[in-house]
Design a protein around this ligand. Structure first.
Ligand code: 5AD
Ligand code: SF4
Length: 437
């Protein structure tokens, strides 16, 4: 039998892309590809790209530029571009880099087998449709052994919110929810393969409407799966945090006490210009209600500084909101004008000003993260061990609050949830010892 062809996938951006990369690898198996971690060994290189900020999109072109040498050495090497840059740029990619064999958007990668027929015949293949059919109906069943006790499951895709800065409604399309029955089956199949934690993914996951009781209904039903120990979801919009979901944080044991709930800015004026459709105080009230339901919840968020028209006063309102809310961790970005979005028409805040604000916001967020990490020392938490650590005898896993935790533990504890005591805090991880050995 001929050796399997080797596929190298580079994933940029969000968890949705991580999930899509796994599914694309499965779809390409039927074309005889198996994955490699070594790019130089690959017969095909697939870049699964992100278009959210200019830097992320430009990175794809610079990476393609670097691949040119490898392609010159190995003319049979196939090169594909998938994901949101593929969706947004389409043919432009092949125009700028004619060596690219395949361009496939996030909604059409179930058509990879047909597209590969073209590629294998030496033609270029491009598909960036928003097709009628559901890609999930056409993807191979997930029969691969789970590589990790923690898995992603896409439950909802796309976004109808149209925040003024964001490309997602254009690259990922309108909101679509997958039917609950299908998701429950897929979750059961993951658990049968050793998965113990499922993170439900969606660009607007709490707008999920594939269950008559929304995302909370899906979570409750999923929590009945024996062997599934933890459920998480990401990313949420404040306007879709309904009562049932808030309550589930207090009452559903399998729903983990971690929530990523972006607000983007603490200034009402900027929130309005961003088309967020909520105020900073509505967000503060919402956080108070969620913390009433689950006082120890670890909160995460996203912020954009330097949105067009942002004054020093607006920025100070963001700093104040962060002081009021206190985040366990958060992501912050300098505004990046994206072609085709309403905000791109407006005048940018000077680069130096935006840079300085980002620096100040990140200093505050880092300080809050450090306080949160330090406050864990001496506390007992539960860790789902996922893999071996860098040091001998050490395992790495996640606490219920999504902290990375390492502890000396036997390898057969991988895939199990264990009680541990936190003994030391680092900036991005915690050291623990097992409570029972
Ligand atoms: N510029 C900067 N940050 C952005 N985000 C989305 N679009 C932009 C943009 N044009 C950030 C938001 C969002 C996160 C995924 O990326 O904070 O929540
Ligand atoms: Fe983008 Fe999120 Fe706003 Fe949707 S809700 S437009 S994905 S930032």
């Amino acid at each position: 039998m001929a050796d399997a062809k080797k596929l190298f996938i580079k994933t940029y951006g969000c968890q949705m892309n991580v999930y899509d990369s796994e599914r694309m690898a499965e779809a390409l198996e039927s074309d005889g590809y198996e994955q490699t971690q070594d790019m130089n060994d690959a017969d095909m290189i697939l870049l699964n790209t992100c278009h959210i900020r200019e830097k992320a999109a430009e990175k794809v072109y610079s990476d393609l530029g670097r691949l040119k040498d490898l392609h010159d050495e190995k003319p049979d090497l196939k090169i594909g571009v998938a994901g949101c840059v593929a969706q947004a740029e389409g043919e432009e990619i092949m125009r700028r880099q004619p060596m690219v064999d395949l361009v496939v958007g996030p909604q059409t990668y179930h058509r990879l087998p047909q597209l590969m027929e073209k590629v294998n015949a030496g033609e270029q293949a491009l598909d960036t449709d928003f097709p009628e059919e559901d890609k999930f109906d056409h993807l191979p069943k997930r029969e691969l052994p789970a590589r990790n006790p923690s898995a992603f499951l896409t439950v909802q895709e796309g976004c109808d919110k149209f925040c003024a800065f964001c490309v997602v409604p254009y690259t990922r399309g309108a909101e679509v929810s997958r039917p609950a029955a299908r998701l429950l089956k897929e979750a059961q199949a993951l658990v049968d393969r050793g998965v113990r934690e499922i993170t439900l993914l969606g660009q607007n996951v709490n707008a999920y409407h594939g269950h008559k009781e929304g995302l909370a209904g899906l979570i409750w039903q999923m929590s009945e799966i024996t062997g599934l120990e933890r459920i998480r979801f990401t990313t949420s919009h404040p306007n879709d945090m309904d009562e049932a979901l808030i309550e589930a944080h207090g009452t559903c044991d399998k729903l983990m006490p971690y929530l990523h709930l972006p607000i983007q800015s603490g200034s009402d004026r900027i929130l309005k210009a961003m088309n967020r459709k909520h105020t900073a105080d509505q967000y503060r009230d919402l956080i108070a209600r969620i913390r009433d339901a689950r006082p120890d919840l670890l909160l995460s968020g996203d912020f954009i500084v330097g949105f067009p028209g942002e004054t020093e006063e607006d920025f100070e309102a963001t700093m104040q909101l962060v002081r009021d809310v206190h985040y366990g961790q958060a992501y912050s970005f300098k505004y990046s004008a994206r072609p085709g979005t309403p905000a791109a028409e407006k005048e940018d805040v000077p680069e130096e000003v935006a840079k300085d604000r980002l620096y100040r916001l990140q200093a505050l967020l880092s300080e809050q993260q450090k306080q949160t990490q330090d406050s864990m020392v001496g506390r007992d938490v539960h860790v789902l061990f996922e893999k071996t650590g860098r040091q001998d005898g050490q395992l790495i896993g996640k606490s219920e609050y999504l902290h990375a935790v390492h502890a000396v533990a036997p390898a057969d504890m991988i895939g199990t949830v264990q009680p541990v005591r936190i003994i030391e805090a680092q900036a991005n991880s915690l050291t623990a010892e097992l409570l029972h050995t």
